[in-house]
Design a protein around this ligand. Structure first.
Ligand SMILES: N[C@@H](CCC(=O)N[C@@H](CS)C(=O)NCC(=O)O)C(=O)O
Length: 220
């Protein structure tokens, strides 16, 4: 199995299935398709079904779209408990993951994932206040009922979906409740996250479109 992924410093969507693969100890290779450099877009278009990373290749099978990749892994490795065991928790974990996949666009647009950067105070709270309210409510409801450090006890696919949010909150020092801060600390403490982080810090490529100066100069 091979995961095609983007630059680790910036590619929030790639981080999600990569964390699932690593954390659950699934053997895989990885190949980076750069989100910068000459002809980068064409190179990704040539290798992927929709012109986006991540993509999982398993023999002849090519799976695009983050959530579909995670679902495929959960079906292929049922003993790994990539989703929670309990049917109700599994449903709620999928709701949270779907909310992340389809929503939080104000936060995602205003605060691109950029692991190496530190830009406290650069994000307008007003712009992201609705997303932050929804985020606090959604995650804290699950954390209140959780028997562990993660949304549904042990780390699961839903937590992987929120890992890039944890990075964004840290990079831009966006204020959050203590409960969320502790939750994000649990994500940062994962061995798999640490490995991704260390890889990201070794990269020197700049993706200008994901740098805050560019983002803020190009938004109304
Ligand atoms: N809906 C896709 C989104 C993937 C996505 O936006 N990936 C970014 C990298 S994080 C990408 O490939 N960007 C290339 C581009 O914007 O042309 C998924 O869930 O995997």
């Amino acid at each position: 199995m091979k995961l095609l992924l983007g630059n680790k410093n910036y590619s929030s969507w790639s981080l999600r299935p990569w964390l699932v693969l690593k954390h659950f100890d699934i053997e895989f290779e990885e190949e980076m398709l750069l989100l910068n450099g000459e002809n980068w877009k064409q190179k990704i278009v040539d290798r992927t079904p929709f012109g986006f990373v991540p993509v999982l290749e398993d023999g002849e099978l090519v799976v695009g779209e983050t959530l579909a990749i995670i679902e495929y892994l959960a079906e292929k490795f049922p003993d790994k408990n990539i989703w929670p065991n309990d049917i109700n928790e599994r449903a709620m974990a999928r709701v949270a993951a779907s909310k992340m996949h389809a929503g939080f666009s104000a936060l995602r647009n205003a605060a691109p994932m950029n692991l190496r950067a530190s830009y406290p105070g650069r994000i307008s709270q007003k712009e992201i206040s609705h997303d932050m309210e929804v985020l606090e409510k959604l995650l804290c409801t699950h954390l209140d009922n959780s028997k562990g450090d993660f949304l549904f006890g042990n780390f699961c696919a839903a937590d992987a979906m929120f890992a890039p949010v944890a990075v964004r909150i840290k990079t831009y020092e966006i204020p959050v409740s203590n409960q969320l801060r502790e939750y994000f600390a649990a994500i940062f403490a994962l061995k798999a996250f640490d490995e991704w982080h260390r890889d990201a810090l070794k990269e020197s490529w700049i993706v200008e479109e994901d740098e805050i100066d560019f983002v803020q100069a190009n938004t109304d």
